[in-house]
Design a protein around this ligand. Sequence first.
Ligand SMILES: Nc1ncnc2c1ncn2[C@@H]1O[C@H](COP(=O)(O)OP(=O)(O)OP(=O)(O)O)[C@@H](O)[C@H]1O
Ligand SMILES: [Mg+2]
Length: 235
Amino acid sequence: MKPKLILTFDDLQEKAVRHPPGRLIVVAGPGTGKTQVIIQRIIHLIEAEGVDPSSILALTFSRRAVREMREKVALGLSRSFSEIKISTFPSFCLDFVKHNFRALGYRVAPELLTSTEQWRLVRGVVNSVDRHRYPHTGNFFARDGFIQELFDFILRSQENLLLPEDLARKIPHHSQPQLSEMVALYRRYLSQLKEDNLIDFGGLSFQTVKLLSQDEETRRRYQEMYSHIVVDEFQ
Ligand SMILES: Nc1ncnc2c1ncn2[C@@H]1O[C@H](COP(=O)(O)OP(=O)(O)OP(=O)(O)O)[C@@H](O)[C@H]1O
Ligand SMILES: [Mg+2]
């Protein structure tokens, strides 16, 4: 059965919608119809290719985008399928961590920290250390912007999949003493998280990427679970 088209697509959009299995990256300017292509591709896969809806994974950034995608996909299908997995990145990763916590080295599934709790924890770490042991940053501890700086530093490091030990290797203490003190604070922050069995937003994607790239068995399981993965707003 020919899928019901919501819009008349141009040739390039149509080509992306019907792309055979394999990798495809769509690069196009803002508002040019990328999200529509993804929506139509999901509809096409199910209606025209007979793909099992539960083996499609769609990832996007905001909850609003998830809602829009769900609604529009449902509109284009001849019947509704609740089993299509459409999630935000953090929600997919949280699910992943909850299902794979043992392989990730947790005894019990970790609890997710909200941003406010995370902020409090960062501040707690800064307040708990002896600032005299941090001769290059200690004087800034009480300064307003310092917690924010450390918070951002931690998030950026996690986004780049860098643990304190990776950073310590890259940053020679003698040339960048301030930065290596930030790394030491980051390390304390992570051990506090571990001690309290918590995970933060940065940790969610970090742990997911880590396990999927390092553990072949888990990777194979997810590859078998999802035959088609579509990602909106990849960045
Ligand atoms: N072939 C088309 N014909 C008519 N309207 C279209 C077509 N493709 C997309 N549109 C409309 O253009 C608008 C932008 O589309 P869409 O949201 O898919 O773009 P986008 O590239 O994902 O944008 P952004 O960069 O903001 O995420 C929407 O209103 C959509 O319905
Ligand atoms: Mg879009």
